[in-house]
Write a protein that binds this ligand. Sequence first.
Ligand code: FAD
Length: 389
Amino acid sequence: MKVRSDIRDYVALRGDECELIDRARAFSEKWVRPNARTWDERRQPGLPRELVTAWAESGLLAASVAKEHGGSGASFAAKIGMVEVLARDCFGASFSLCNVQNGPARILRDGNAEHARRYLDELKSGRMVLCPCLTEPKSGSDFASMATSARKVDGGWLVNGRKAWITNAAIAQLGVVYAQTDPQARGRGIGAFLVHLQRPGAKVGAPYELATGSIMGVAGIDLTDYFVEEADLFVPPGEAFRKALGSINSARTYVAAMCLGMVGEALDIALAYGRERVTFGQPIVEHQGLRWSLADVATELEAARLLTYRAAKLIDERKDAVMAAAMAKKYAVEMAGRCLPACLQAMGGVGLRSEHPIARHILAARIAGFVDGTTEIQNDRIGRQLIDG
Ligand SMILES: Cc1cc2nc3c(=O)[nH]c(=O)nc-3n(C[C@H](O)[C@H](O)[C@H](O)COP(=O)(O)OP(=O)(O)OC[C@H]3O[C@@H](n4cnc5c(N)ncnc54)[C@H](O)[C@@H]3O)c2cc1C
């Protein structure tokens, strides 16, 4: 097993897809690695504009978009490779850029031809950023219980409510806001609406101050009699909840891949340090106790890779990936929770110094355990599949 391996060692990718992963690595080395520490220390409130522009200009933003719409037409596995290399340097930037990149793909997947005509070019160029808004102050895991309402009026809809914990809210121009049109209908009553965040009736709050991940630009959004014209009804009630659930397997597999990136990087750093650092007359990796601890990390990382890449393969093959994605996310998050502290431990106090990303990654792994369904919710998914088949 190569420590610095990625999905290309496990899944056959086209040459241009491999090149996308290399380009993502080069982008990260130029834009993310040198800045990640300062972003956290200074609480950078969301991705800097020039970084989003550079992501678009490097052709990476349109990776998700089919070739006939001017993108790269990359497979899901290739995009997994991209987020994994970015997360080696910064989970928050990887998650945020992944969301930015999913914007144009979401318009094509869930919207109609008119939505694509109005928004695709803006989103592909990074001039416009789109953020999906499901969570609310009183509904997270149980998102069908959302209180944000959409009421039919002449020529459109009036949306009222409050969204919370929205990644990229601080930099986005457009939100896909999920809102209830018929509280009795629960999930079936939910519709998705395109909301222009700078228009009257929409107000983005101050970015949250987080222990790590300020670069994700997470904030709340208040909607007060926000008028959605009919053309901006994105997914009609009855279909929106199903479509939101339809994309959740990919979202979970992305997060699992980000955990692989963080642990892969931490293991590389711990090994390099352990070969140099001498105690009791020999490099610390020559002490069996330490070597075995890193062997455990490598083994767990490999197991998480196999689960994650398998989920990615199923998604590319359009096969049922519910169980595979839930298992990949649950295992990768828990693996990161165990393995990142083990890598830090192997470095002694030096591991805590902020020039190393490991302590930052440890906190980020906690974020990974919340976004796109908590670990408990993954357990619930896996358990349900076991019982219901
Ligand atoms: C940094 C960050 C970025 C985010 N970005 C976005 C975003 O872009 N868009 C968006 O819509 N949301 C976003 N979220 C919200 C995220 O999806 C929610 O945090 C997540 O769904 C959990 O909701 P909650 O935090 O309200 O926890 P709750 O749902 O209140 O859960 C609290 C605890 O109870 C447990 N729990 C809940 N129900 C059950 C159950 N049935 N069985 C067992 N345990 C249960 C949970 O696992 C958790 O441990 C983000 C969150 C974070 C932290």
